[in-house]
Design a protein around this ligand. Structure first.
Ligand SMILES: NC(=O)c1ccc[n+]([C@@H]2O[C@H](COP(=O)([O-])OP(=O)(O)OC[C@H]3O[C@@H](n4cnc5c(N)ncnc54)[C@H](OP(=O)(O)O)[C@@H]3O)[C@@H](O)[C@H]2O)c1
Length: 249
């Protein structure tokens, strides 16, 4: 008996919006979506790097700081002018963190603005477009630090934990509209965000990872594209951990 090949993992005809897509994990996911046939709207703050990434992928670049609601609205106006979103990947984010005693309100606010509040505005606006198109898929890039505690991650982890929680709430509320909502929780991925880690911190992180290495950003594209495609048509409200086995302990 031959195994039938099908096109459920393909994304032909879909319009995918990826925030934080100028480099790193977001760029790798945007490339994965484009390779699977999607038209990709590549977004990040810096107009030049965003336009460059869009050109690389044959997509459309739209600069947007997700911490600014007016810019997120403008991004989705642009998306509407291309027909409306079928897929949203919220990946914009920034690293950094201090011990709790040194973490002030401003740091908490910045992390929430960029990782969480911007993603929620994007989700609401994308959902309106997806409803009009009969459904869609959303993916929030959270982190293993949003699933468990780690010293020095108070603000970052809180914002990522909020995202992981919202995956479940949005999945429940929007299932009736044909909108699936999932999360991807990477462990240690070698990107600009982790490039400046002190050697001791890097060694400690690597020692906890059963696969004994950091992920390449491209290794996040497969899980992300799976969750955004019809291959995952019965998967919603799930946070997929891609951490080299770290949380298996
Ligand atoms: N690297 C890891 O080990 C790791 C692990 C778990 C989760 N993550 C998460 O994965 C996501 C991507 O991280 P990465 O490692 O790929 O980082 P990265 O290489 O530093 O890329 C970050 C991306 O986000 C964009 N960005 C930053 N602030 C933004 C804002 N306010 N509005 C819009 N875009 C913004 C950046 O472009 P501009 O500078 O042009 O805005 C860039 O495209 C983040 O959410 C991060 O928390 C990373």
């Amino acid at each position: 008996m031959s195994v039938a090949t099908d096109s459920r993992g393909r994304l032909e005809g879909k319009l995918a919006v990826v925030t934080g897509a100028s480099r790193g994990i977001g760029f790798a996911i945007a490339r994965g979506l484009a390779d699977r046939g999607a038209r990709v709207i590549v977004s990040s703050r810096d107009p030049e790097s965003c336009a460059r990434a869009a050109t690389d992928l044959g997509g459309i670049g739209v600069a947007c700081d997700v911490a600014d609601d007016a810019q997120v609205h403008a991004l989705f106006d642009a998306v509407a002018s291309h027909g409306g979103a079928d897929v949203l990947v919220s990946c914009a984010g920034l690293g950094g963190g201090r011990l709790a005693a040194k973490t002030d309100r401003a740091e908490l606010q910045t992390m929430l603005d960029v990782h969480y509040l911007g993603a929620m505005t994007a989700a609401r606006l994308a959902a309106e477009q997806m409803r009009a198109r009969g459904g869609g898929a959303m993916l929030f890039v959270t982190s293993i630090w949003g699933l468990g505690g780690a010293s020095g991650t108070l603000a970052y982890g809180a914002a990522k934990a909020a995202l992981a929680h919202s995956v479940k709430v949005l999945a429940l509320e929007w299932a009736r509209d044909g909108i699936r909502v999932n999360g991807l929780a990477p462990g240690y991925v070698a990107t600009d965000m982790t490039a400046d880690l002190p050697d001791a911190a890097r060694d400690k992180m690597l020692s906890r990872i059963p696969l004994r290495r950091a992920a390449r950003p491209e290794e996040m594209a497969g899980p992300a594209c799976f969750l955004c495609s019809d291959e995952a048509s019965y998967v919603t409200g799930h946070v997929l951990v891609a951490d080299g086995g770290e949380r298996a302990r």
